[in-house]
Design a protein. Structure first.
Length: 255
């Protein structure tokens, strides 16, 4: 069913091929995915890459993972919230700033809940994502994918399946409809460092079980994204490039 992967970002190619199989009807809602080992053999990649792809697809709402049972292609009814919102975004030219505002409302309160409800396993996953982000920043990379991963783990740590689904919907809409804008943001020099520092502050609020601070730090982080997007919308790439300098002149940074 699948062909060997020949790309640098291995997990992205795996996700692409799985999505294509679903679109072409070779995988249907309710179908059980191959085992991690079998997928690794078919794609000719490591099992770590397969795990990363499965995690990404779960975050995107493509599959559901049931520990001890396997992964299954999700059932998405025709009247699903995702389809309704997606249609609205595509036909009514929804402003990205409106979606980001909605995201802030959802994720700020979700961060507050996560500060109270996060388990030791949730904390460990958040720490791992933060370590990956730190490494990416140190090697001059951008953190778009790890940022999405961190936010997904944090929302899941609130242990509210309704909030998780709503947050997934907004995240997927931002990714699928405004990817070029998001990529422009993450490619700006020093922006990845700003994002890393913000995530460190959010993580500290979570592990100290401080819901008020978690809400505040998540709100500040998402305010930064909204402001950067506003600069880009009205001033283009030239304005976006100087945004980190303006930001750092106004904020105390972590050493």
């Amino acid at each position: 069913m699948f062909r060997p992967v020949k790309t640098k970002k291995v997990y992205e190619e795996i996700v692409h091929q799985v999505k294509l199989s679903i679109e072409e009807g070779r995988l249907k809602p309710g179908d059980r995915m191959l085992s991690e080992r079998d997928l690794a053999d078919q794609f000719n990649v490591s099992r770590a890459s397969v795990r990363e792809a499965l995690s990404a697809m779960e975050m995107m709402g493509i599959i559901s993972i049931h520990p001890g049972e396997g992964s299954y292609v999700r059932h998405l009814p025709s009247d699903s919230m995702l389809e309704t919102l997606a249609a609205s975004v595509q036909t009514e030219a929804v402003d990205i700033l409106h979606l980001l505002e909605m995201r802030k409302i959802i994720e700020s309160e979700t961060a507050s809940l996560a500060a109270v409800r996060a388990t030791a396993a949730d904390i460990e996953e958040l720490q791992q994502a933060l370590n990956e982000m730190k490494l990416e920043v140190a090697t001059g990379g951008h953190v778009e994918d790890i940022d999405a991963k961190f936010h997904y783990i944090l929302v899941r740590a609130a242990h509210n399946p309704v909030l998780l689904r709503v947050a997934q919907t907004v995240s997927q809409l931002l990714t699928s409809n405004y990817r070029s804008l998001r990529l422009a943001l993450f490619l700006v020099p020093n922006m990845s460092q700003i994002f890393y520092e913000a995530h460190v502050e959010i993580f500290q609020a979570i592990i100290t079980k401080n819901p008020r601070l978690a809400r505040e730090k998540m709100g500040e982080h998402l305010d930064t994204i909204q402001e950067a997007m506003r600069w880009y919308k009205y001033g283009g790439e030239e304005s976006l490039r100087i945004f980190p300098m303006i930001y750092n002149s106004r904020h105390h940074t972590i050493g």
